[in-house]
Design a protein around this ligand. Sequence first.
Ligand SMILES: Nc1nc2c(ncn2[C@@H]2O[C@H](COP(=O)(O)OP(=O)(O)OP(=O)(O)O)[C@@H](O)[C@H]2O)c(=O)[nH]1
Ligand SMILES: [Mg+2]
Length: 299
Amino acid sequence: MSIVKSGIITLCGRPNVGKSTLINALVGEKVAIVTNKPQTTRNRICGVLTRGESQFVFVDTPGLHKARTRLGDYMVNVVRESVSDVDAVVLLVEPIAHIGEPERQLMDRIKTLQCPAVLVINKTDTLEHKEQLLEVISLYSQACPFDAVVPMSARNKEGVEELLQVLEGYLPEGPQLFPEDMTSDQPERQMMAEILREKLLLCLDKEIPHGTAVEITRFAERDDEVIEVEATIYCEKSSHKGIIIGKGGSMLKKVSTLARQDMERFMGTKVYLQTWVKVKENWRDNPAAIQNFGYSCDN
Ligand SMILES: Nc1nc2c(ncn2[C@@H]2O[C@H](COP(=O)(O)OP(=O)(O)OP(=O)(O)O)[C@@H](O)[C@H]2O)c(=O)[nH]1
Ligand SMILES: [Mg+2]
């Protein structure tokens, strides 16, 4: 079937609201890493869904927050650039009848755009009473003229089909933008780095995982189809390095094993992963380092 409708749809919202969970549910594959820690996503990531005559290009963005580092400034800038001239915008919110600063800022921005805007109230599985949902809907509807409101549980994949049907109605006529079988614009190398960063976020506490960056220094397929991946984990302090490596290397082993298993699932073949840990002091405030780790403004 040939594509007759296509469009770009940005997902935005505060950190940890479930944007990356939603993009994975929409695309039907894991294209973005998900953790229980805020500020997981650092870059703009495209997820592509092609079905019937339509092609959706979803843009996952970092959670809008008050930046405290230059990396944070970069992330906030990614949000600003992504919530712009697109075919539709989806604002994700928690199922709480309170409008916070990130929501206020994003709604101000959405009001200036000429495209349809959808409010997604996520995590409805956490609601005890249905009336709470009505309160949230009424509060946000008064604050911003949304074209549609979709309550959902992205994690349980409830409401995802409803959202797709709403968004399909907003897709303009347009050509195929990506190959039919493509689900993400992320190169495999970058996905490997993200998977490792996800495991660091999951396994480490406090500020340490937020100060890590991953560089893939080797990515090569051997004749026996095993993929060799070499990765360097950067952290901000030598005390952090010790924690990442752990007693007798136990933490690094745990993180690397979890990452390798996910990499193998993603690549559909065996992966041989080697990891190193290095210190790059306060890299999150160092523009050259930020750029070097792939967080550059023309990304
Ligand atoms: N209960 C519940 N939890 C959810 C739902 N959707 C996402 N989560 C959880 O919320 C947490 C954050 O999810 P992410 O998808 O990483 O959130 P995000 O908005 O991409 O976060 P940042 O990248 O940090 O901005 C994870 O622990 C998810 O499992 C949902 O529908 N219900
Ligand atoms: Mg995310």
